[in-house]
Write a protein that binds this ligand. Structure first.
Ligand SMILES: [Zn+2]
Ligand SMILES: [Zn+2]
Length: 321
């Protein structure tokens, strides 16, 4: 085929892919999209033994653990940030919202922040008991990579080549696909088995920061010289740790001993930023006790009134048209 015709054909196919992506979202074609797959703390909601949780009787109130997906509709690629224990349902949600033509899972890479149960244990479903995946790239920091390589059942995923580990380095950007770069930033958190990072995701038309877990904003400044207000001002979207709303949330426990910036404290810290900057914040990773998990709560209304957003599973953000 002459080169000119081939170029025309490729262009035609790309347009078709865009039209398909557009019709799937019911609006103008979106080239690169971010989809929120889960917004809960590691164990989601309802939690084991917690008989009072209203989600037992109304499953629409349930939470899966925090995860987001990046979908490249033109290249037909999808990337998951975190592999949660709820990955089975979350991939189904992604397939229903942003499907890709693929014989397999349609997962072209998984980026992991740290080795706490809600963030990586979904990798087990890539093994032979479930998907029997073939060399899914899994991006992790050096200690985390070593942990996965040397401890079962994760080591078996490596030796059976269900996953292919890719080592990341702090503050070094890595191209995960044409036009998509990701940079891990270390943050203070309980690092028993691995480092903990937040991810800066960059495409030509947008920057996103994904930070589901951190001990405190002050320790980030002290240990790494990074200020959350600078991060929020430098991106288009910031998905930030919202584990607890305030210190009244766990009756009978001294919450001053429990890490994580409270949502109230984060809103105070960022409260002086302009409207269009505060709006970039999407609170995520909320505990089952955090009232912002309920969209109709007074606390959710307070967050909205102060100009911030709360991430909800199924949220879709078009990053590039
Ligand atoms: Zn967590
Ligand atoms: Zn954690």
């Amino acid at each position: 085929m002459p080169k000119r015709s081939l170029e025309k054909l490729v262009h035609h196919l790309m347009l078709l892919a865009l039209i398909a992506a557009g019709s799937a979202s019911g609006e103008e074609a979106c080239r690169i999209e971010l989809v929120v797959l889960g917004t809960g703390q590691d164990a989601g909601a309802p939690q084991i033994g917690n008989r009072e949780d209203p989600a037992w009787s109304d499953s629409s109130l349930g939470l899966t653990a925090t995860s987001i997906a990046l979908v490249d509709h033109v290249g037909g690629k999808r990337f998951l940030f975190e592999a949660t224990p709820h990955i089975t349902d979350q991939l189904q949600l992604l397939d229903s919202l942003a499907p890709v033509e693929s014989a397999g899972l349609g997962v072209d890479g998984v980026l992991l922040t740290h080795a706490h149960i809600g963030h990586y244990t979904g990798l087990m479903f890539f093994g032979r008991e479930a998907a029997g995946a073939k060399n899914v790239p899994v991006y992790a920091m050096p200690r985390f990579r070593e942990y996965l390589e040397n401890n079962g059942p994760w080591s078996q995923l490596v030796s059976f080549e269900n996953i292919a580990l890719v080592e990341l380095a702090d503050r070094e950007s890595r191209r995960i696909s044409e036009g998509i770069e990701v940079t891990p930033h270390r943050v203070p958190h309980r690092d028993e088995y691995s480092e903990t990072v937040g991810f800066l995701i960059e495409i030509p038309s947008a920057r996103i920061f994904f930070l589901p877990d951190i001990d405190s904003w002050g320790e980030w400044v002290r240990d790494y010289d990074v200020r959350i207000e600078d991060i929020v001002q430098s991106v288009d979207y910031a998905f930030l740790d919202a584990t607890f709303f305030d210190n009244n949330e766990l009756p009978g426990r001294d919450m001053s001993l429990i890490p994580h910036p409270r949502v109230k404290q984060t809103m105070d810290r960022l409260g002086e930023l302009p409207d269009d900057v505060r709006r970039r914040v999407h609170f995520i990773h909320y505990n089952h006790t955090n009232p912002i998990r309920f969209p109709a709560s007074a606390e959710s209304a307070e967050v909205r009134k102060r100009g911030f957003n709360i991430a909800r599973a199924g949220d879709r953000h078009c990053l590039s048209r």
